[in-house]
Design a protein around this ligand. Structure first.
Ligand SMILES: NC(=O)C1=CN([C@@H]2O[C@H](COP(=O)(O)OP(=O)(O)OC[C@H]3O[C@@H](n4cnc5c(N)ncnc54)[C@H](OP(=O)(O)O)[C@@H]3O)[C@@H](O)[C@H]2O)C=CC1
Ligand SMILES: C=C(/C=C/[C@@H](C)[C@H]1CC[C@H]2C3=CC=C4C[C@@H](O)CC[C@]4(C)[C@H]3CC[C@]12C)C(C)C
Length: 647
């Protein structure tokens, strides 16, 4: 089936296309366009090659600098003076990179038929997979496949070292494949109850399309993704094969609930279209949380809903934990749910609960406009904190929709403060605010070993997904263990849908809607330096604290997002995420040979060192609580009983 048919909403979805050949045509033919096309292909190739050779080239340069004896001095300077280094080098580089990508997408979208280019790219992915699998069978190449997206580009703390020993499949698919197609008729396909009867549309996008790209494209056209995860650089592929969440998830469920159809290349190089209601329906719910271990996503049809240009944001400061939690829960569970619910906890006793609703221009109160996205405006969480500190019990503002969506982008939640300490000062904002934020990927790329080990031993970037009903106790527990503030609280419906994060026990679900049974969960996002690490320094042990927290998650039906470090053993991981359906899907859809298991792929190398076999778990139960079982093979930490019991 041709890409054009897809753009026009042509019937499709049951076909398995492996041999289609297409020719590249331009929407506006002619000499100028051909020259531009060739130029574009070159720019794309150069960008790809640059990202592919960056790491080997970088390490060659580093080796050279080491030999010359300059490397230590250089890294010392970068570590000590990270703020000026980021301002002088990383910020301009980030801006240039973003501009180049925006120009590229604009030209592609305006001048060329992106869907037809897409068909060629899919064929290319199929060819790569077939070749890599054949090489692996012949013992001429790595066994496991992964995407060729370099590890430093991903929005995570990890560098994804597994990529070096895997066959990397290049998925250079950065395009939105056409305009929004309105969907007529209620309830077709997926969607929460709020969208089923309302007007909806859909849009095909490629997996490397970013959230910034999507909001720039959709919002001016009066559409939006029902769930639009916050950070500009997050990709559709990463969010769907991993996890995506935002403050509208209490209405719609997680990001993957808003998918109509996935286009996937399997481990046998076959291309299939996966829907909730076709012959591949069993795969539909297994793809999210699978982290690229079931197949390669090559495009996806996402639900879109109409949006209004403004968000009426109501702030409810709370000065006791009980009051904050009860307001938050009331907004999530109430019959009339606001469009957005979020809370920022600033200490054990204080939080600001926020509810947002999309409104039209004529509903905006002129004196209450707040265009928080403008480069010189204060960081959003600082603004929220000011409302709390003002002593007010309520505040109302009107924020442009795109500014709302990306409200934590500028300050990378509250992480930029550690990197550029004066970043929220008006002087800095007016002078350099337009360059902010630095790209997370460039921060990773320029992170020295010293910084990395400081982050690993003292800093937390984790999202814990737990049932909302236990929120107060969860916050108290996390305050005792980590003491990190602000804390991001984001509610979401967690469906009993059969994927990897299948709720372990169906009786967990206390509610149901037209999609199915669900339990209201809350994402507790902790980003920052642990209080214990700052106060106790050497006595603080990140690994043992994290083990306690992970144990708590296991006991309380919680999940950990895998963009973050996990310290769990494989057995614990298998307990946290129900793999029953996942294993069946791997077998059925040719993934077993081609892709590794989620744990082997995503858990950081040092953490798998404390893997304990189930047989040993039995032994462990009979050992006294403080007995040391052994030592982690990558560090001198004792591994004790407390870290392995779940009662
Ligand atoms: N608000 C939110 O929801 C936020 C979410 N996050 C986290 O960040 C992640 C997204 O980051 P991002 O940098 O975009 O993605 P990543 O490059 O980090 O990819 C995440 C996972 O998805 C897999 N993946 C990505 N694209 C494809 C594809 N086309 N086909 C198959 N598998 C694919 C990757 O596999 P491989 O390893 O083979 O490349 C990897 O395992 C999410 O998973 C989420 O957990 C982070 C911040 C905010
Ligand atoms: C998952 C969510 C949000 C996550 C972000 C806050 C974190 C995801 C990746 C994190 C980072 C990656 C690499 C970094 C380089 C370091 O030198 C500094 C820290 C950091 C920028 C770090 C900061 C936190 C993240 C961006 C939610 C919204 C579901």
């Amino acid at each position: 089936m041709s890409g054009k048919a897809r753009m026009n909403g042509g019937a499709r979805g049951h076909a398995t296309t492996t041999t289609t050949t297409t020719t590249t045509t331009t929407r506006h033919g002619g000499a100028t366009s051909s020259v531009l096309y060739v130029a574009l292909q070159w720019v794309t190739v150069v960008l790809q090659v640059m990202t592919q050779i960056m790491i080997p080239l970088g390490s060659a340069v580093i080796d050279l600098l080491r030999v010359m004896g300059v490397w230590e001095v250089l890294t010392d300077v970068i570590t000590r003076y990270r703020a000026p280094f980021v301002v002088i080098f990383v910020l301009p580089l980030s801006l240039m990179f973003d501009c180049a990508m925006q120009i590229r997408s604009y030209i592609i979208f305006k001048l060329y038929s992106a869907p037809e280019l897409h068909e060629e790219r899919v064929l290319d992915v199929q060819r790569q997979v077939a070749l890599a699998v054949a090489n692996a069978k012949a013992g001429k190449g790595p066994k496991r496949l992964c995407t060729a997206r370099p590890g430093w580009l991903s929005i995570s703390m990890d560098y994804r070292t597994y990529k070096q020993s895997s066959a990397q499949i290049s998925i250079s698919m950065y395009d939105i494949l056409g305009e929004v197609q309105p969907i007529t008729g209620p309830g077709s396909g997926s969607g929460g109850q709020e969208t089923a009867s309302a007007m909806r549309g859909s849009i095909w996008v490629e997996p490397m399309v970013s959230m910034g790209q999507i909001s720039h494209f959709l919002n001016p056209r009066g559409w939006t993704l029902p769930i639009l995860p916050e950070m500009d650089d997050l990709t559709v592929g990463g969010l769907l094969m991993g996890v995506g969440i935002e403050t509208s998830c209490h209405k719609y469920g997680l990001f993957s609930e808003m998918v109509e159809e996935y286009e996937v290349v399997l481990g046998n190089s076959e291309r299939i279209f996966v829907r909730r209601d076709n012959e591949y329906a069993d795969l539909f719910h297994a793809l999210p949380w699978s982290y690229g271990t079931l197949g390669f996503l090559v495009s996806v049809k996402l639900i879109v809903v109409p949006c209004k240009p403004w968000v009426r944001l109501r702030y409810h400061p709370a000065r006791s934990l009980e009051k904050g939690v009860s307001k938050f829960r009331a907004l999530c569970d109430g019959a009339e749910k606001p469009d957005f619910v979020e809370s920022l906890a600033f200490s054990r006793d204080t939080m600001v609960v926020m509810e947002g609703d999309m409104v039209d221009e004529d509903q905006v109160v002129p004196g209450a406009r707040n265009e928080i996205g403008r480069f010189y405006m204060p960081w959003f969480y600082k603004h929220v904190e000011e409302i709390l500190e003002s002593g007010a019990d309520f505040a109302e503002e009107f924020v442009p929709i795109r500014d709302y969506y990306h409200r934590h982008t500028k300050s990378i939640f509250w992480e930029l403060e550690h990197i550029i300490p004066g970043g929220n000062h008006p002087f800095f904002r007016y002078l350099f605010g337009w360059l902010v934020p630095p790209k997370v990927s460039f921060l990773k790329l320029t992170q020295t070993e010293g910084m990395q080990s400081t982050y690993e031993s003292m800093h937390v970037a984790q999202d814990f997904l737990l049932p909302l009903k236990g929120l107060q106790a969860q916050l108290e527990f996390l305050d005792d263990k980590m003491g990190i503030y602000p804390i991001w609280l984001c509610p979401h419906k967690h469906y009993n849908s059969g994927g990897t994060a299948f709720l372990r026990d169906p009786v967990d679900c206390n509610a149901e809607d037209e999609i199915g049974q669900y339990e209201m969960y809350v994402d507790i996002g902790l980003y920052g330096f642990a209080r214990g690490a700052l106060e106790k320094k050497k006595d603080f042990n990140m690994k043992s604290v994290m083990r306690e927290v992970e144990n708590y998650l296991l006991r309380n039906h919680g999940f950990q997002m895998m963009y973050a470090d996990t310290y769990q053993s494989r057995e614990e991981f298998l307990q946290m995420f129900n793999h029953e359906h996942y294993f069946k899907m791997r077998e059925k859809y040719h993934a077993t040979e081609a892709f590794g298991l989620i744990y082997d792929k995503m858990a950081r190398k040092h953490t798998s060192a404390i893997e304990i076999q189930p047989s040993r778990l039995v032994q462990i139960q009979s050992i006294a609580p403080n007995d040391v079982l052994g030592r982690c093979i990558c560090c001198p930490n004792p591994v004790g009983l407390r870290q392995f019991t779940y009662s």
